[in-house]
Design a protein around this ligand. Structure first.
Ligand SMILES: NC(=O)c1ccc[n+]([C@@H]2O[C@H](COP(=O)([O-])OP(=O)(O)OC[C@H]3O[C@@H](n4cnc5c(N)ncnc54)[C@H](OP(=O)(O)O)[C@@H]3O)[C@@H](O)[C@H]2O)c1
Length: 266
């Protein structure tokens, strides 16, 4: 049975990836920081789908995170066939006002851990002549996004990295696909504190279903949802300075403070 490793499997899209991959019969390695959440998910999926599940708690912002995960895999004799690089976080606001440590962690998780894990697992896939890598980017990766400057740059990296690798490994049994979702109903915007700035959300289920379909069909990238596809395919890419200026008009409302939560009525 094929083994899939999902990073950020404790919440949101990653938890949904774990659900849908288990329903397809994949054994799973679940990676994130929240050990309890991962163990609950692992137990539930083992019972519901009869698959084997393995939990590897790891902070992916640590510089040697991928080495530690790879070491754990080899100690347990696990060979990964499908790598889902999903873990990620965002920041929003005026660059000088954002906590630099959070920006640093964001680059470590969204970019460094993703590259390092791919380095750790792709050679084995090549040696076996089969494997799949699914990297989670974002519609924010299609253009520079003022007030999401570091986040959108990390997601542009993920998209271009995925497209480049896909070309390198064409014909060698490896597929590489990027997922570029628009807003999805997860903890993501709560964590960055900008939920109110987003118009509408979709749920994780159709996003992950579209991603796995794209993986099956060896698509280079997928952007679920019609309005997101308009952003992906119809937004002009140049002149780049003008694209950044237009995007700033769209992202500026994210600077507004979140409205205070209404007190519960009895
Ligand atoms: N939600 C959206 O609107 C949206 C849109 C486009 C793209 N995305 C992308 O989708 C991916 C998943 O995000 P989500 O929406 O599901 O957000 P989420 O609900 O906040 O989940 C994020 C996941 O990443 C893990 N993670 C964060 N920091 C980590 C760290 N230092 N080490 C290990 N794991 C870490 C979290 O696990 P722990 O906290 O347990 O470590 C959690 O499982 C991200 O790459 C995000 O950029 C989201």
């Amino acid at each position: 049975m094929s083994l899939a490793l999902v990073t950020g499997a404790s919440f949101g899209l990653g938890a949904e990836f774990a659900d849908q991959l288990a329903a397809r019969g994949h054994d799973l390695v679940l990676v994130a920081r929240s050990r309890d959440r991962l163990e609950e998910t692992a137990e539930r999926l083992r019972t519901a789908h009869g698959v084997q599940t393995h939990v590897v708690p790891q902070d992916l912002a640590e510089p040697d995170a991928a080495d530690r995960v790879a070491h754990e895999l080899s100690a347990r004799g696990l060979t990964v066939d499908v790598l889902v690089n999903n873990a990620g976080l965002g920041t929003c606001g005026r660059f000088e006002e954002i906590d630099p440590r959070r920006e640093h962690d964001q680059v470590m998780v969204n970019v460094v851990a993703l590259v390092d894990l791919t380095h750790a697992l792709l050679p084995g896939m090549l040696a076996r002549g089969s494997g799949a890598v699914l990297n989670v980017s974002s519609v924010a990766g299609y253009q520079p996004s003022p007030y999401f400057a570091v986040y959108s740059a990390t997601k542009t990296f993920v998209l271009n990295f995925s497209l480049a690798l896909r070309e390198e490994y064409r014909g060698r049994g490896i597929t590489v696909t990027a997922l570029c979702p628009g807003p999805v109903e997860t903890r993501f915007f709560d964590t960055i504190g900008r939920r109110a700035a987003v118009g509408s959300f979709t749920t994780p289920e159709p996003v992950v279903r579209a991603a796995l379909r794209a993986l099956d069909r060896d698509r280079a990238y997928v952007t679920p949802g019609l309005s997101n596809q308009v952003v992906a395919h119809l937004t002009p890419r140049r002149p780049r300075t003008l694209v950044a200026a237009i995007t700033k008009r769209i992202t500026r409302p994210a600077l507004e403070p979140e409205p205070a939560a209404q007190p519960a009525t009895t």
